[in-house]
Ligand binder design. Structure first.
Ligand SMILES: [Zn+2]
Length: 493
């Protein structure tokens, strides 16, 4: 790249920083987050309180998430189906804990056209009940089991405080609903999906997660057991990134999902449900982003590479055709490429813009590069710049993208490790939470009382009891009663 180009880069970036005004993370993380969402054109506010419009760039990330998950669901034997958005209000009332958990968040439809409805409808906050009524019809014999259905849908939960992607009144998600012959099979399914979520988060989103079981107070309304994956965000708060529930026979009893068993007796099915949502995009932003904006892991980046031609002389005749050639070569190798040949913007402006929008790799090509049969390549994550020969460019780029994916995961894992502490006294617990938050590992007696008191004192909640944690003979960090488990606490979103 030419000297001139370098100068432009610096000048452009500086000028752009004034225009875009992303609040630094250290100044106000929450403001930073909202700035990135808006400036990177991921989502925008709408006239509907608590509901966002997902813009094309944000939706493209969601589509990649959907594809990655859908492939995994199908390869583990699941199929997709679709159920109604509306649920007769009476149905929700059938499972007691479930209704208590969801009632405060339910949106109602009481009128259709100019008629008052005889029975009001609710808009699904989740679909256990409507799907449960269908399973009651479809499942008659042990031969009908297992039923392994997933639904891609929108749901509505009337939230008081909302934040784009993290908590919105309407959001997009997938919800899996399965029914099994035995308790063991339902448990196996619950854990299989949690492992799938963990693998997905770590492989595709480069987001390390802690997998484990939720405490009684944090479990899903109506579930026997809830498991979660928990990630740590850049401000030291945890994000519940996905949940998988073993519903036992609770919903089967409430909705009469019964079948004739192998021994001819009539039995209730064992069911599970599990979901992840557009919240994962919020997780991506807060796991990897920096003061310049978004940083996307290549596997979920709508554009993995942006090519910026340097406009010198008759560049449309010289540089642009070469840039198109490069683009075609990369596309053939399966790389998602944006060639930014817009005349109205300078290269410096484009550098800053695509940096803000988190494109993993930027490629610059000008007349001097063409003479040398090379291109300049800059990484978003490390900002490293270097020249790559045009010959064999596709393989080199694919290699770099893999490196970036891994580097982002490693960095996030290191961050989590640096922000995870084991504490032995309650004083220490409180001071960690006041200082630099993160995960705190501490022994807990298992009572709701201690959990509630810890939350009141520190805002931290039990995120989960991680799998594979060694049983410890210890004393509860708060009450000093005997404790046999260590749990992970954090302030959370
Ligand atoms: Zn205790």
């Amino acid at each position: 790249m030419s000297e001139q180009g370098v100068k432009e880069n610096k000048g452009g970036a500086k000028k752009d920083a004034m225009v875009t005004e992303i609040t630094p993370q250290s100044e106000d993380f929450s403001r930073w987050y909202l700035d990135v969402v808006r400036r990177a054109e991921l989502a925008d506010y709408t006239d509907v309180k608590g509901c966002m419009a997902i813009r094309p760039y944000g939706y493209a990330i969601w589509e990649l998430i959907v594809q990655g998950l859908d492939r995994r669901f199908k390869s583990t034997g699941h199929v997709n189906a679709y159920f109604p958005l509306f649920i007769p209000a009476g149905l929700l009332m059938k499972e007691k804990e479930h209704v208590e958990g969801f009632a405060p968040q339910v949106a109602w439809v009481t009128r259709g056209g100019d008629e008052e409805l005889a029975e009001p409808l609710i808009i699904r906050p989740t679909s256990e009940v409507i799907i449960g009524t269908m399973y009651a019809k479809w499942i008659k014999s042990w031969r009908d089991l297992p039923v392994l259905i997933n639904q891609w849908a929108n749901v509505v939960r009337w939230e008081k405080v909302t934040r784009p992607f993290l908590r919105t009144t309407e959001f997009l998600w997938q919800e899996g609903h399965t029914a099994h012959e035995t308790e063991a099979e339902a448990q196996e399914e619950t854990l299989k999906i949690l492992a799938l979520y963990k693998e997905f988060a770590e492989t595709e989103l480069a987001m390390p997660v802690v997998d484990g079981q939720k405490s009684e107070s944090e479990k899903f309304a109506g579930a026997s057991k809830t498991y979660s994956i928990e990630a740590l965000m850049g401000d030291g708060r945890a994000l519940q990134a996905g949940t998988s529930h073993n519903l036992g026979q609770n919903f089967a009893r409430a909705f009469d999902i019964q079948f004739q068993g192998r021994d001819k007796t009539v039995q209730h099915a064992w069911t599970t449900s599990w979901g992840v949502s557009t919240r994962l995009i919020g997780g991506l932003i807060m796991t990897h982003g920096d003061d310049s904006g978004l940083i996307l892991p290549p596997r979920v980046a709508p554009y993995q590479v942006v090519i910026v031609p340097i406009p010198r002389g008759d560049w449309r005749e010289t540089v642009l055709p070469k840039a198109r050639e490069l683009q075609a070569e990369l596309v053939t190798a399966g790389v998602r490429v944006m060639l930014d040949d817009r005349d109205a913007y300078t290269p410096g402006w484009k550098f800053a813009e695509w940096e803000l929008r988190g494109v993993p790799l930027r490629m610059e090509i000008g007349p001097k590069d063409i003479e040398k049969s090379a291109v300049m390549v800059a990484r978003r994550d490390t900002r490293e710049k270097g020249s790559l020969p045009m010959h064999g460019i596709a393989a080199a780029v694919v290699g770099k993208l893999k490196e970036i994916q891994q580097a982002l995961y490693d960095r996030a894992l290191r961050y989590r490790e640096e922000h995870t502490q084991r504490v032995s006294s309650y004083e220490e617990f409180k001071s960690v939470m006041e200082g630099r938050p993160g995960f705190v590992i501490a022994p807990w007696c298992g009572t709701d009382e201690c959990e509630a008191q810890i939350k009141a004192d520190t805002q931290a909640t039990v995120r989960n009891i991680p799998f594979g944690s060694e049983p410890v003979r210890s004393r509860c960090v708060r009450c000093d009663r005997e404790s046999s488990v260590e749990v992970w606490f954090a302030k959370s979103y």
